[in-house]
Design a protein around this ligand. Structure first.
Ligand code: SAM
Length: 243
């Protein structure tokens, strides 16, 4: 059976393209790309001359049909997005779902993803975490969403655009309170930067901030206090008492 490879590409630093990713992109029959021009540049850099077709949000349903037909003909396909993993705040999920339903293989090819890079360097508790992608652009929806997640004991990861970061942090401060956060900027690139502190402190320095960014926000503390550890301790004590 034919295979769909879900291939991670660098989120900035081209040295993070793995030898395995290069080999897969060279050997598949077709590369399905979010933006064919960007992928052409990447392929050119690594001496890959595989045929590239478009698979983006606006043609996703149509292009799924075409890709399924190629798989049916026994052709192997690689799915890539502009940066990081396809499917992570990028097109791909609909395709992966359909390909699985049709019984073909889906093989992920590892690389970095901005959300995980940010999380591991944030200094915030990494587990449990929840990745939400982009927050809504409208103030009301953002506030409503944050109200809903306010009590959850999970470290939260968001993607954000530089022109919206100030508004996003302001709503977060109003709804969540002054939690610890980490703003990770330009990951893997020359100007990589981590701004860690309370939301109010980070807000003071985001004026005019540029580049790509991820915001990691600590989960609800109150909930964390009643999380499994004390319960586990109690259960163990009960167990010891009752034999
Ligand atoms: N598929 C990608 C991934 O796996 O991380 C995410 C694609 S999403 C359309 C683009 C957003 O990811 C950016 O707006 C930014 O929030 C985040 N991002 C991507 N590259 C980044 C980088 N080098 N540094 C910080 N954030 C980045």
């Amino acid at each position: 059976k034919a295979t769909l490879y879900v291939v991670a590409t660098p989120i900035g630093n081209l040295q993070e393209m793995t030898p395995r990713a290069i080999e897969v992109l060279r050997e598949v029959d077709v590369i399905a790309a979010e933006d064919t021009r960007n992928t052409k540049k990447l392929c050119h850099h690594f001496g890959i001359d595989t045929n590239i077709i478009a698979h983006h949000l606006h043609n996703e349903n149509e292009s799924v049909k075409g890709i399924l037909k190629l798989l049916e003909e026994g052709k192997n396909i690689a799915l890539v997005s502009d940066a990081g993993y396809p499917c992570i705040s990028d097109p791909g999920h609909i395709l992966v779902e359909k390909v699985i339903a049709e019984g073909y293989n889906v093989v992920p090819i590892s690389g970095s993803s901005a959300c995980l890079n940010a999380l591991v360097a944030s200094g915030l508790i990494p587990q449990p975490f929840v990745f939400y992608g982009f927050m809504d652009a409208t103030e009301n929806k953002r506030a409503k969403f944050l109200e809903e997640v306010k009590g959850l004991p999970y470290t939260m990861i968001f993607y954000e655009a530089p022109h919206r970061i100030e508004k996003m942090l302001t709503t977060s401060l109003q709804v969540l309170g002054d939690r610890n956060i980490c703003l990770a900027r330009e990951l893997t690139k020359m100007h990589e930067e981590f701004i860690r502190g309370k939301i109010s402190e980070v807000l003071e320095v985001v004026d005019d901030i540029k580049g790509e960014m991820v915001v990691v926000i600590e989960g609800c503390d109150k909930e964390k206090d009643v999380m499994p550890l004390p319960l586990l301790k109690e259960k163990v004590e009960q167990y010891m008492e009752n034999g």
